[in-house]
Design a protein around this ligand. Structure first.
Ligand code: ADP
Length: 579
């Protein structure tokens, strides 16, 4: 009846270790709780004949004793429930924490593969379901199982022949339950997959609502959504139908079983193998089996559904995580910001080479503009510099130190990214700039001043304490860019990686951002994925990339004079002239 502890759930057991003391105390309470059942069955055996004989004083005595036992039992149950609830809830919290930590370390390739809606579903619904199973297993399944064993043990003690007959019925029920269980699990798995697909579609739909409206594609999206919810309903209905069938079948078998036992019991009394007192106790004990059996059946179904959820959670663990720091990785002291690329080549897993044989020296404080068509490998180069990926060939050196030998956290403190889309987390303005780093208010203000953001922040109601809504929706594009610049310069990084925004701001906002950028770039090595002519013109070095190779390298004037690809890009205005 009890589900075999599946390998999946068994692997959660180590999570329970820290809560051993509570578990032991709760377990003791559980033993008292369960031990009271045979005692109560015995008292029932005393009570029923006494009632039959009209022996009132004896009835009174037995009732008083039973009340006493019930009282002890309920106190023990309270102890069991409160002592075990803590660890059960802690374990599901620990599981969620571990998964989130894992999520933070996943390789970017793996993150791109799993949609955000799907991941959200796994970390909320699936984690909830698994948590519920852990809770039920500790709190309900274990005492129910113990009750079943102890009460049945008492029944064997009363009359083993009758107990064997009772037992013959159990495998029939067990087989039926497990057959249904397997089917419920399959249906549950399909239904959960459907919910996660629904979540993915919803995620896509919500972020793309404006686009949908702009293309007047509402009917198309509505239809797609309706198809999805229909599939979802069908999958849920299949699970419900199976559950609906399971309860009556199991219930009928139980009733038939009890009636059969009554029949055989009366034959045993006739044969003189059992007296009426013993039989009363036996029937009372038998009735005490119904509750745990029904709990175990329900929990078994939830367990099966939980297993499907656990499998999906474990799926996250199967994804590759970022390669950890090399043992003995070097701490990084103050950084000058010199970068060397030596024969750097890179390809994504089993893909075509994206970068090939890049060699380049960048002096501290130089500004290098990366230009080239989309797909040339500019962002990939940034990802190598941030060590999101590692070169497949060659090496990248920061102040002469191979990036692979450094601690990622140190490296990322010396290199700051200003992404193309200024994504921010919700919180206050100061929290947005700090982004989890320890920095005084004064430092936050200085970073904002450098980014030319101080003025507009001071004008906000609440100033640095003003709230930034989800995705920065209450700020303008230019303001968000300046917040992103402030965030980048807060730790005074030696190198700035700047992915210039392609969308044009109005002239005033653009000027404010440019002023911030200019101040932020001063004294730092800057690599900028450039889309503006002014940026490339002012760069010390322009790197024209195409298909992962350096096509041209030099200053604006030199490359214009050379009359190659760069000049072509400028003339065709693929580099935007603004201001
Ligand atoms: P750019 O920034 O110059 O537009 P990218 O560095 O983004 O170019 O992309 C270079 C090439 O690498 C493109 O062909 C792109 O399809 C491929 N690419 C980028 N990211 C991934 C990834 N995570 N997995 C596989 N291929 C990728």
């Amino acid at each position: 009846m009890l589900a075999p502890p599946s390998a999946g759930f068994r692997r959660l057991l180590p999570l329970l270790k820290p809560y051993r003391r509570n578990l032991v105390a709760g377990g003791l309470c559980m033993l008292v709780f369960v031990g009271c059942w045979p005692l109560l069955a015995w008292l029932a055996g005393q009570l029923i004949p006494a009632i039959g004989a009209g022996d009132f004083p004896r009835v009174l005595r037995v009732v008083a004793q039973a009340l006493g036992v019930f009282m002890v039992q309920k106190v023990a149950q309270f102890g069991q429930d409160t002592l075990l609830a803590g660890p059960a809830l802690q374990v599901s919290q620990d599981l969620r924490r571990e998964l989130f930590a894992r999520l933070q370390r996943l390789e970017f390739g793996a993150l791109e593969k799993l949609s955000s809606g799907d991941l959200t579903y796994r970390l909320t619904e699936d984690a909830d379901r698994v948590g519920e199973v852990i809770y039920k297993t500790i709190q309900d399944t274990t005492p129910s199982f113990l009750q079943l064993v102890v009460v049945f043990g008492y029944m064997v003690f009363l009359d083993w022949q009758l107990s064997m007959a009772t037992l013959l019925l159990a495998p029939v029920v067990a087989v039926l339950v497990s057959v249904f269980g397997a089917r419920v699990m399959g249906a549950a798995e399909r239904s959960q997959k459907q919910v996660s697909e629904l979540a993915s579609l919803l995620g896509e739909a919500i972020s793309g609502l404006a686009l949908v409206r702009a293309f007047a594609a509402e009917a198309w999206l509505q239809e797609r959504f309706e198809r999805e919810i229909d599939l979802h309903r069908r999958a849920r209905y299949r699970t419900q139908k199976l559950l609906a069938l399971q309860f009556p079948v199991v219930g009928f078998l139980e009733a038939a079983g009890i009636l059969t036992v009554l029949l055989i019991g009366s034959a045993r009394i006739q044969a003189g193998g059992l007296d009426s007192q013993g039989f009363s106790s036996y029937i009372a004990a038998l009735l005490m089996l119904i509750d745990p059996i029904s709990h175990l059946t329900t929990n078994f179904n939830e367990f099966q559904q939980g297993q499907a959820s656990l499998k999906r959670l474990r799926g996250i663990e199967a994804e590759a995580v970022e390669e950890p720091d090399r043992p003995g990785a070097l701490p990084l002291g103050p950084v000058q910001g010199g970068l060397s690329l030596v024969g750097v080549g890179f390809s994504y897993a089993q893909g075509q080479p994206v970068l090939g044989d890049l060699s380049l020296e960048i002096e501290p404080g130089q500004v290098v503009a990366l230009v080239g068509p989309s797909g040339a490998g500019k962002s990939t180069l940034f990802s190598l510099l941030l060590r999101f990926n590692r070169p497949s060939q060659g090496r990248i050196l920061l102040d002469g130190l191979n990036l692979n030998d450094l601690r990622a956290a140190d490296l990322r403190r010396s290199l700051a990214l200003v992404p193309q889309q200024s994504s921010v987390f919700s919180g206050t303005v100061a929290e947005t700039i700090r982004f989890g780093r320890p920095a005084s208010d004064q430092q936050v203000r200085q970073a904002a001043q450098l980014a030319n953001a101080d003025g507009f922040i001071e004008a906000l109601p609440g100033s640095y304490g003003a709230r930034v809504e989800e995705r920065g929706s209450n700020f303008s594009g230019g303001q968000l860019q300046r917040l992103a610049i402030a965030r980048a310069v807060l730790g005074n990084p030696a190198v700035l990686l700047l992915d210039e925004a392609t969308s044009a701001l109005d002239a005033e906002a653009e000027e404010a951002v440019q002023r911030g950028l200019k101040q932020a770039m001063a004294g730092r090595t800057v690599l900028v994925i450039a889309h503006r002519l002014a940026t490339v013109q002012e760069a010390d070095l322009i790197l024209v990339l195409d298909q992962g190779r350096i096509l041209e390298l030099g200053s604006h004037d030199r490359l214009m004079a050379q009359g190659g690809r760069y000049r072509d890009l400028c003339e065709r205005q693929l580099i935007r002239i603004s201001l």
